[in-house]
Write a protein of this length. Structure first.
Lengths: 186, 547, 317
């Protein structure tokens, strides 16, 4: 009879009262499951970033904008708008830096935007804080490299001039500087 | 197949060629022959029309229409193309709805999106698009989205005016003394999700149902054309993110076919493993949702408990639980770490422990059976003419499953059979969900064992074999791919131009579209209480309806 | 003075309010392990303050009166419903020294007051200018008429057995023998109780998935709080009626007193909740056919059984 059948189902459901509930952890403070590949908040390393713009090009929703730095080369770093980002992880796949990538989502923070009021739109960005000391050291290094290159160029020019004055050989110089002493070749 | 070729010889065609194993591809020289060809095909046995998809070629001044005919019994399929002029006044063709009732809404969609007019269509109204897009054919290549989106206030005002107009006039023809009325079973209803049903009732008896869809329209088919081939997976996976993996598999297969790359066996088995896990995640929600509409929330809660363990496995593998973006053209996106399979084993153990209770209490529940065994009955005949697929088709006894008919990924090596139920009522579809859940677990166990054996014997390298390089620029071509998604058969049609960096046209055919067409047919003469029951037993996803 | 205390504290207004709050919390907390959930957790020990917070939230929200409603039906009916639902508390014998109103027609008063409630609820549905509320009101009326017949017949069986309608005397004369004789009557009363209180499997007027929220649809804020208070006060009245009529009221194992009444009422609530977690809803037509084809004839048979038992065991008619 149907009533007996219903009664049996009711008894079977009541067995759930003796099963320990799986909800044990207060997930406001600890995560139940946080694997190594979990796509959390972005961590951007401005020192290893080579400024290739690959993450910007592959982002499907245009959440990345590049911040300009005052260097000659490798002068852009990414910044991410968290209210547009869909956490797909393609930027991390596209980054060519080795051994660690410059933009990493795996294993990132999961409690990004929760808690309290956000009065400012800037709270929803992942900004890169480049300290002045780093900028100064990079500019110095660039300056030093530029000076070194100029000296090396001068030296080579002086060498080539001395060589050409010392010989009347027709060996043309391949360093790009015009050679006005090779009139005999013609 | 030979019979189809002889049939096509009677008409003028540009070419007739074999395409994959069970398809024939052909192009008609003149669009006037379409009706005759369709009638002949129907007599031959190809009685299901899967979808109608136009492609816009502005340089050649043509609109190319693609028709996909299927025969569910003998597994013969035909891909028919024909050209019609592109200019709006001449862009018309004969409608196939009188012969193939499943074409009704697909033609309405082609009309709204591309402006193709179908002559002799019984009910050619716009569908999916909101009022501000009506008459503007948004998917043509010369539509200016930026300009349209600038005028937001005006667009919203148009939508509101149209709705108020409809509400003021929808009962005008009804007798004000009788008990007939028009109800909005609407988008803000506890059981409906984002869809609106206009129900014409007499007291509590339903006279007719008219679905109004388009509340989740994201124009994904257009969005995909603006991203590159890898970035498009985030658009394709958001069709319905409960089972996102199988949608991505379909898209990746189409890209790989055009590019001409073959993926490694390891990637194929990983696609099977991930696909079945996602299918289980979707079925758990479907089982629970069925009982939710009967007022009993216990099954949903118990299912969520088991489902969390499967989502833990997906999270360990890809980094996200639901919108995983784990399948890319060329294979699967991440390598496999063998400790992740231990998490999968934990999930499988939890499933085996809990499934007996679910079977005894809910599948064999006498009250549920009393409510649903004579409601929403679909016969085999109706499955064929309306182009239904997935659980709905197999619940009525039709043996169709793309994993067996046209195997993709590693399904040709998987040991599986057709599972069907006989009667086709709402109860049978519910039992089908449960049986498919158990079948998926068996397939997962096979895939897991195969991957473990392969890695142990050195045949697979789990960290390197997962992806093959696909070129960034694809040659000109087109491809179709079909997958067995959790809720039905998904057909994707991809068209690329020469040296393309992004798709030219991607057509996504939603099984839920055909299923929602059945609501009016199934609910005539039933009561209000049966509406959520039939609605949920058809197991469709509103996100995929609207795309 | 004593009347004042009885009217406002026990078993008056404050008692009914406390009972409502406590029962609401008990329902939620007991249902949770059946669903493998936790239930109210954060506020107070085991979430017991949660109901108070919910009630105070409801009282501070805006009571929206939609355009086009009938103002008398919409705003006054909730008040009438609350008063009607609280009145049976005066007739139930809570301990040996109460009830508040000693009358030899206590059972009749109980039945009438419980039975008039659905009509008031129908009027609320009728007065809201909403198709869904109206459908909900019609369903309440249909269900109430069908279930009340069986309810009355089952509730009258102790009166037939003991020959009196005085509730205190019924409790005095109850014993293990009378409990066994009245067992079929108790089962019938329980099933009719599910129908009258709109609990699964008979929660048809309150079918969220079909008609949004039935006649509650247009209510919000204080109005809604009053309707819910009426519903839970009715719970209390019906449960107390069940315990008094069939389960022996305040009689206990070692001593008599209020505690046993309380425990027995909670027992009935537990059984009702477990049935709620295991049975889906049935349709209106199926409920009507079940009630008129099975429930009412069996109640009439039950009346015949009571008369026979009275002749056999209690000596004479």
């Amino acid at each position: 009879m149907m009533l007996v059948d219903i009664a049996k189902k009711v008894l079977r459901v009541s067995k759930a009262l003796w099963v320990k509930s799986p909800a044990q952890v207060d997930v406001r403070y600890t995560a139940m499951h946080h694997p190594a590949r979990y796509r959390g908040e972005h961590r951007i390393d401005y020192e290893t970033c080579i400024g290739c713009d690959a993450c910007n090009k592959i982002c499907p929703v245009h959440a990345i904008t590049m911040k300009q730095l005052p260097f000659k080369k490798q002068n852009i770093v990414p910044e991410v708008n968290l209210s547009v980002c869909i956490f797909c992880g393609l930027c991390e796949d596209a980054c060519p830096t080795k051994p660690e990538k410059s933009i990493v989502l795996s294993g990132g923070r999961y409690d990004m935007l929760s808690g309290g009021w956000h009065a400012d739109q800037n709270d929803f960005w992942v900004h890169v804080d480049v300290p002045q000391s780093y900028i100064d050291s990079r500019l110095e290094a660039e300056e030093a490299a530029r000076v070194k290159k100029e000296l090396a160029a001068k030296k080579k020019k002086a060498q080539a001039a001395a060589k050409a004055a010392g010989k009347t050989a027709t060996k043309a110089s391949h360093d790009g500087s015009p050679d006005f002493t090779v009139g005999e070749k013609i | 197949m030979e019979k189809i070729k002889t049939l096509l010889e009677q008409f003028e065609t540009e070419y007739v060629e074999d395409y994959k194993k069970i398809w024939i591809k052909t192009k008609l020289s003149s669009s006037n022959d379409l009706l005759a060809v369709a009638a002949a095909l129907k007599k031959e046995g190809l009685r299901s029309l899967s979808t109608v998809s136009p492609t816009d070629f502005p340089e050649r001044e043509v609109m190319e229409l693609n028709y996909f005919f299927e025969d569910l019994r003998t597994k013969r399929n035909l891909w028919l193309k024909c050209d019609i002029p592109r200019a709006l006044e001449q862009c018309e063709i004969e409608s196939l709805t009188p012969l193939f009732p499943s074409a009704s809404w697909h033609e309405r969609e082609a009309y709204s999106m591309f402006g193709v007019r179908f002559l002799n269509h019984p009910d050619l109204r716009p569908i999916i698009v909101s009022e501000d897009f009506v008459g503007k054919t948004p998917f043509r290549k010369d539509f200016d989205w930026e300009k349209h989106e600038k005028d937001v206030t005006n667009n919203i005002q148009m939508i509101v005016d149209a709705f108020k107009n409809e509400q003021a006039n929808n009962e005008i023809n009804l007798d004000s003394e009788s008990s007939e009325t028009v109800l909005n079973w609407g988008p803000t209803h506890p059981a409906s999700g984002p869809i609106r049903l206009r129900i014409h009732t007499d007291g509590e008896d339903v006279i007719s149902v008219d679905p109004d869809i388009g509340y989740v329209w994201r124009a994904l088919e257009y969005l995909v054309t603006k991203k590159d081939f890898v970035g498009a997976i985030v658009a394709v996976e958001r069709l319905c993110f409960m089972d996102n993996i199988n949608s991505m598999v379909g898209y990746s297969m189409a890209v790989e076919e055009i590019a001409g790359t073959k993926i490694t066996p390891f990637a194929k088995w990983m696609r099977v493993l991930l696909g079945e896990t996602a299918r289980m995640s979707s079925h758990f929600m479907g089982l629970g949702g069925f009982f939710n509409n009967l007022g009993l929330h216990t099954l949903f809660m118990w299912n969520m408990d088991i489902r969390e363990y499967f989502l833990d496995f997906l999270e360990s593998y890809s980094g996200a639980r639901i919108a995983t973006a784990a399948i890319e053209p060329g294979g699967v996106r991440y390598g496999l770490d063998m400790t992740m399979l231990d998490e999968l084993q934990k999930a499988l153990n939890k499933f085996d422990n809990g499934i007996d209770d679910i079977y005894t209490i809910f599948v064999k529940n006498p009250t549920m059976k009393m409510r649903s065994y004579d409601v929403g009955i679909l016969s085999t005949e109706e499955v064929e003419i309306y182009g239904l697929s997935g659980i709905v088709a197999r619940g009525s006894g039709v043996e169709t499953d793309i994993r067996i008919d046209e195997p993709y990924a590693a399904y040709d090596e998987v040991d599986m059979k057709y599972i069907t139920q006989k009667d086709g009522s709402a109860y049978d579809r519910f039992v089908m969900l449960f049986e498919e859940l158990k079948q998926s677990v068996k397939i997962i166990k096979q895939a897991k064992k195969r991957i473990e054996d392969g890695v142990a014997s050195g045949e697979f390298n789990p960290t390197k074999d997962h992806m093959v390089k696909v070129p960034k620029k694809l040659p000109k071509g087109e491809a179709i791919s079909r997958v067995e998604w959790a809720r039905g058969e998904v057909l994707m049609h991809l068209v690329t131009e020469e040296k393309a960096k992004s798709p030219y046209r991607l057509k996504l055919r939603a099984p839920s579209f055909n299923h929602t067409m059945m609501l009016d047919h199934l609910l005539k003469g039933q009561t209000l209480s049966d509406i959520p029951l039939v609605f949920c037993s058809l197991y469709f996803c509103q996100g995929y309806l609207d795309r | 003075m004593e009347t004042l205390i009885q009217a406002f504290i026990f078993p008056g207004l404050l008692y009914v309010l406390l009972w409502t709050v406590g029962l609401f919390w008990f329902f939620r907390k007991f249902m949770a392990p059946l669903h493998k959930r936790v239930g109210p957790y954060f506020n107070g020990p085991a979430g017991s303050y949660q109901t108070l917070f919910d009630l105070s939230k409801l009282l501070t929200k805006e009571s929206i009166t939609p355009h086009g409603v009938n103002p008398y039906l919409f705003s006054m009916m909730p008040l009438l419903a609350v008063i009607t639902a609280m009145l049976p508390a005066a007739f139930i014998p809570w301990t040996e020294h109460l009830p508040v109103v000693v009358t030899s027609y206590g059972l009749l008063a109980l039945i009438v007051l419980i039975g008039i409630e659905p009509f008031l609820l129908f009027l609320t549905g009728f007065g809201s200018n909403n198709k869904y509320s109206f459908l909900g009101g019609i369903r309440v009326l249909t269900q109430a008429i069908s279930m009340e017949t069986a309810f009355f017949l089952a509730a009258l069986s102790p009166a037939l057995l003991f020959g009196t309608m005085n509730l205190s005397i019924i409790v005095e004369q109850s014993s293990w023998l009378s409990f066994l004789i009245l067992l079929p009557g108790f089962l019938l009363y329980f099933i009719a109780l599910l129908g009258l209180l709109e609990q699964p499997p008979f929660n048809i007027p309150d079918a969220e998935q079909e008609i949004v929220y039935g006649f509650y649809t247009e209510y919000s804020g204080t109005n809604y709080f009053l309707l819910k208070l009426a519903e839970f006060a009715e719970f209390m009245a019906v449960f107390a009626g069940a315990v008094t009529l069939f389960l022996g009221g305040y009689k206990g194992i070692l001593f008599d007193g209020y505690t046993f009444l309380f425990i027995k009422m909670l027992l009935i609530a537990v059984v009702m909740m477990t049935i709620r977690a295991a049975t889906p809803r049935i349709t209106l037509k199926q409920m009507l056919s079940f009630s008129w084809r099975y429930l009412v004839p069996i109640s009439l048979l039950n009346v015949a059984w009571i008369m026979m038992a009275k002749i056999l065991f209690f000596g004479g008619v």
